[in-house]
Write a protein that binds this ligand. Structure first.
Ligand SMILES: [Fe+2]
Length: 286
């Protein structure tokens, strides 16, 4: 199981029961909760040190730091020993297998899964899955999951006071085409609170999974939207210390994808290998 599946569950479990307005009025702010200022100072210190390292000739870091302290809950659960490669179980090499018949073409449109239209800003996210040499990766299973426009997941642990949209599940999947292309029509997700620290909010994002040709090849990452004011404050986004690597997780607004009187368009290519690869969440060793 990928680490992200764990972290996302935790993310959702951390999603919200932070101090309410009523609690703050009665008891004052929660003294036990660390402030954004505390976290932002830690983020700034690490950023400063990283830039010094770069100036001193250290190679850019393409991957997030597993022991990135501002992301509090990751400290106790990230691997502390070097991962070891193990041979996959036979079952992992042969199943599950996906074919065109397993995936309906309508599954890439998250706005038509219910009887009514979901609320929010309709968008299309499209791009290509490429290898390190720019070659298309065809027939690749691409899955996404995301919060609704109010920032709420359908998850029993996500109980923060934002509405669930009965017409939006937030999950979709598709296969890449002959040129590695994929396309999802969905609703722009809202930012949501989580319990890393007091008043912690995640930038709006869509989770992406690429399945590979075998179960053991699965890779998971997150796509963000350009210009999000929460980037600087978010320990998960900031755990990728290199700005260029961060930038590769941010989609580009593309007016050619935008449709007249219908939706806004974003482009986001996913590069699996090489120097410009899209950052992927590390997998557990088990
Ligand atoms: Fe999320």
């Amino acid at each position: 199981m990928s680490q992200h599946q764990t972290s996302d569950t935790d993310e959702a479990s951390e999603a919200f029961d932070s101090p309410t307005v009523i609690n703050e009025a009665v008891k004052g702010p929660d003294d036990a909760a660390e402030s954004q200022a505390t976290l932002s100072a830690e983020i700034a210190d690490i950023e400063s040190q990283y830039k010094q390292n770069l100036a001193a000739g250290q190679k850019p870091e393409a991957q997030p730091r597993l022991d990135y302290r501002p992301y509090r809950s990751s400290i106790l659960r990230h691997p502390t020993k070097d991962p070891r490669h193990t041979d996959p179980e036979t079952i992992e090499l042969f199943s599950p297998a996906f074919g065109h018949r397993d995936i309906g073409t309508l599954e890439s449109d998250l706005t038509i899964q219910a009887d009514g239209e979901p609320i929010g800003e309709r968008i299309r996210v499209t791009g290509r899955v490429l290898d390190g040499d720019g070659r298309p990766v065809r027939n690749q299973l691409v899955e996404i999951w995301q919060a609704n426009s109010a920032g709420r997941y359908i998850h029993k642990r996500d109980q923060h006071p934002a509405p669930i949209d009965p017409n939006f599940t937030g999950v979709g999947r598709t296969l890449t085409g002959p040129n590695g292309e994929y396309s999802f029509t969905t609703i722009k997700p809202g930012p949501y609170p989580w319990k890393n620290h007091h008043n912690a909010w995640r930038p709006a994002h869509i989770h992406f999974s690429l399945f590979g040709s075998e179960f053991t090849q699965r890779m998971i990452t997150q796509m963000y939207f350009p210009g999000d004011p929460l980037f600087a404050l978010d320990p998960i986004y900031q755990s990728i210390t290199d700005q260029k690597a961060r930038d590769r997780l941010v989609a580009t607004y593309d007016h050619n994808i935008t449709e007249h009187e219908f939706l806004m368009g974003y482009n986001w290519d996913i590069v699996l290998t090489g120097a410009n690869r899209t950052w992927m969440e590390e997998e557990d060793d088990d």
